[in-house]
Design a protein around this ligand. Structure first.
Ligand SMILES: Cc1ncc(COP(=O)(O)O)c(C=O)c1O
Length: 417
């Protein structure tokens, strides 16, 4: 049964739980006990907070998007700049927490899955800092489209393993990591990157990501900002739940989750689980809303952003959606790219493609709310990692010329040596 006062709730209404093979029950039990103990240990919390400050660079700023707000003529828009955290996204809040937990449990090895590569980069950086060997599973398609992040992970000393099964994206990377963990948990921690998977992962990831919402409460109070709405993109749901959770009791604040509308509503063209597309199912160890076919098989998804290209959603967000506390909507690939351009030109801030989905929605919400109101968007990541996608989409010819010159340079160097 869910008990909102417990740090590990496991179930959120009908959603959540721990549906795993017998072999994984012991490591999940161990993890739950260690997590609960660590969260009451002042020394652990002090270490975590100090590294959030000195290694991650927290608190991340809250920026008034003055030019965009003026241009729209609606509500004031503020941007929580999570993308300014070390390694470029919110993922490091959780990677650091779980990395410290792995150390505390005496695990000599960490494995992780990654989609966009941001969680992989964050995990690789944390493991470098804490001196733990690290292996990252990444779908082959994502390895190709997020090459700069693969480069960074390897530079941090991690081993990146391309996953060639299924659709070769995030869900397949999760499967592969779970497979590895089933035979290695004695000395290995599986550092899962979103608020999904078997309990206690959804609760644990929410707790480590809630630093976003807690900082927001302080920053808005200090500056006398009263939020009317909050907007976040939703892949598995870690940035959204971390942003929303500490403010959920403030019923007057609308909370809006934005899924990947992709290139259309046909099967395989999007990753919209909550807005009518998904069905209740049990996949990868948890019960939630998934994109499933009539046989219950997981469907293919598409998004311009690798981080939203996932067929399931974290159980707590599924519950908050079903209960009406969080509204869900979608942004298409094109709307995300357009929003990315708006914030780059108006505010000097380049959103990650995932976050740009929330960016697209915040433009609509600001207009809808009208003047005198305030809406805050979580920029879960910055867009540097996406240059090979955005440049190709926004300035194809210039980018092609650049790439051709780069290849010629590499070939000329190879001939000389
Ligand atoms: C920048 C960024 N935002 C959002 C996401 C989606 O994940 P989540 O829904 O867990 O925040 C990702 C995933 O890789 C990401 O890299």
């Amino acid at each position: 049964m869910s008990d909102p006062d417990r740090i590990v709730q496991s179930f959120f209404g009908d959603f959540g739980g721990r549906y795993v093979a017998e072999v994984l029950r012991a490591p999940l039990d161990e993890l739950e006990v260690e997590f609960i103990t660590a969260m009451q240990d002042q020394e652990f919390l002090r270490l975590y907070r100090n590294l959030l400050r000195d290694f991650v660079g927290r608190p991340t700023p809250l920026l008034y998007a003055e030019n965009t707000s003026r241009e729209i003529g609606g509500a004031d828009i503020y941007i929580k700049l999570e993308g300014l955290a070390a390694t470029g996204a919110h993922k490091i809040n959780n990677a650091l927490g779980q990395g410290l937990l792995a150390k505390r449990m005496g695990k000599g090895r960490v494995i992780a899955e990654t989609g966009a590569g941001q969680h992989g980069v964050a995990t690789a950086a944390v493991c470098a800092k804490l001196g733990i060997p690290c292996r990252v599973y990444m779908g082959e398609v994502d390895v190709r489209r997020q090459r700069p992040n693969v480069f960074s992970m390897e530079l941090y000393g991690a081993e990146v393993v391309p996953v060639k099964t299924g659709s070769k994206t995030l869900k397949d990377a999760v499967n592969e990591a779970l497979r590895d963990w089933a035979s290695s948990f004695q000395d290995t921690h599986y550092l899962l990157g979103s608020a999904l998977g078997p309990s206690p992962f959804p609760d644990m990831v929410r707790e480590f990501q809630s630093v976003i919402g807690r900082e927001l409460i302080e920053q808005t109070q200090e500056r006398g900002i009263v939020p009317d709405a909050m907007v976040a993109c939703v892949g598995g749901g870690s940035n959204a739940i971390g942003f929303f959770a500490p403010l959920l009791e403030r019923r007057e604040i609308r909370m809006i989750g934005v899924e990947a509308g992709g290139r259309g509503s046909a099967t395989g063209d999007h990753a919209v689980r909550m807005e009518g597309g998904g069905r209740l199912g049990i996949v990868q160890g948890y019960k939630s809303m998934f994109l499933l076919d009539s046989d219950g098989q997981v469907q293919d998804t598409h998004s311009v952003s690798a981080g939203l290209d996932y067929p399931g959603i974290g159980p707590q967000l599924a519950y908050l959606g079903a209960s009406g506390r969080v509204e869900f909507t979608r942004a298409s690939d094109q709307e995300a790219l357009d929003a990315l351009r708006v914030f780059a030109r108006n505010e000097g801030v380049i959103f990650a493609l995932e976050s740009a989905h929330a960016g697209a929605q915040v433009l609509k919400t600001a207009k809808e709310l009208g003047p005198g109101k305030t809406v805050i968007v979580n920029m879960s990541g910055r867009g540097d990692k996406d240059i090979f996608i955005t440049a190709k989409e926004l300035t194809p010819q210039t980018w092609k010329d650049f790439m051709q010159r780069e290849v010629q340079e590499i070939e000329a160097k190879e001939k000389q040596s």
